[in-house]
Design a protein around this ligand. Structure first.
Ligand code: NAP
Length: 324
């Protein structure tokens, strides 16, 4: 990943040491970097705070095959680098930093990070989402010792090994298919008897000779000392339990939005997704939200990028209205 080291230096601080910005974007995934591109081209000098993972979830994706303009597909990391480069070409600044506290009670909003405090005229929240955990015994203890949430990061460690993948959605199948490059076998454990994933991925997985499915089953425990040795499965129809030997377990059971920072300030639904109107506006004037933090439905690179662009256009309009 090409971190922009020049971006590590904060912009000119005001007398109080606070940095004034017209548009601050929290998050550097497709939504954040698309917002940065549009805001930069509108001469709004946006600053992007990368968050802990530059590029967000897509940067951990081996191949993106459904982003228009790349008929042969494109690597997730490569796509993020292209997004960043394009935004920076028009003057966006990407800082390797994370917001730790926000005060949205009045404008300019105050956003404190590890390195600085920003005084913000408009805020675009694109903080994305984080992989959900199973919350079963052994999961925390064995994370990094056979428990993984990222096939691109860890698939290589399972060369010629047997692996379990949990989930029945597009992520589980896409990542499960990816792991077959390395693993001897991939067993997909799903809690129902029908997949949530789309038909193309489902067909690819079902016809892959290395993949088999265990239906109507839940992982109730991950077993092992130094490394994963087995998973305990419960048949949800018969109630019977059995241990399935495995060298690793990849968990792809959806995501939780990264919105805890805004609790009590921005309206969110019961799952924590930010509530916006169809113009990306949150309940606080001057604060917009885009991408997975505000999108429980589509969660695609292309839809997140579109929402990010829309949020930047709205931020520009809001600033125009404020300045009369
Ligand atoms: P998802 O569609 O929400 O699927 C999550 C899967 O995990 C579901 O099958 C769900 O079971 C299962 N699950 C949830 N909680 C569980 C638990 N506690 N224990 C066991 N299983 C559990 O999530 P996703 O696969 O990450 O996909 C997210 C979005 O990204 C979707 O819109 C998807 O289409 C999109 N996506 C697209 C692509 C692509 O187009 N190539 C690739 C990846 C993701 P149930 O089915 O029973 O609910």
């Amino acid at each position: 990943m090409d971190f922009n080291l020049s971006g590590l230096t904060p912009g000119p601080a005001g007398e109080s040491g606070e940095i004034p910005v017209k548009v601050l974007i929290l998050g550097s995934g497709p939504a954040g970097l698309s917002a940065a591109l549009y805001a930069a081209r509108a001469d709004l000098n946006p600053v992007v705070l990368s968050g802990m993972e530059l590029g967000g979830q897509v940067s951990l994706t081996y191949a993106v095959e459904n982003y228009p303009g790349f008929p042969e597909g494109v690597g997730g990391t490569e796509l993020v680098e292209l997004f960043q480069k394009q935004a920076e070409r028009f003057g966006a600044k990407v800082e390797f930093d994370t917001a730790v506290e926000v005060d949205l009670s009045r404008r300019p909003f105050r956003v404190r990070t590890y390195n600085a405090t920003y005084l913000v005229e408009t805020l675009i929240v694109t903080t994305g989402a984080t992989a959900r955990h199973l919350n079963v015994p052994g999961e925390v203890e064995l994370t990094g010792r056979g428990v993984s949430y990222c096939a691109t990061c860890d698939g290589w460690f399972f060369k010629d090994k047997d692996v379990v993948v949990v989930g029945g959605g597009d992520s589980a199948l896409e990542e499960g298919i990816f792991i077959t490059r390395y693993a001897r076998s991939v067993t997909i454990v799903h809690r129902r008897d029908t997949l949530r994933a789309g038909v193309i991925l489902a067909r690819r997985a079902e016809t892959n000779p290395k993949i088999k499915f265990i239906w109507n089953s839940a992982v109730t425990e991950i077993i092992g000392n130094e490394a994963v040795r087995a998973v305990r499965l419960k048949d949800l129809v018969s109630g019977e339990e059995c241990d399935q030997p495995t060298d690793g377990i990849f968990i792809f059971i959806g995501h939780t939005p990264n919105t805890q920072l805004f609790k009590g300030q921005l309206e969110m639904d019961s799952l924590g997704f930010l509530v916006t109107d169809n113009l990306t506006r949150t309940n606080v004037e001057g604060v917009f939200a885009a991408g997975e933090a505000a999108d429980p439905h589509f969660r695609q690179v292309v839809t997140s990028a579109g929402m990010g662009a829309a949020a930047a256009m709205q931020a520009g309009r809001f600033l125009d209205e404020m300045s009369g």
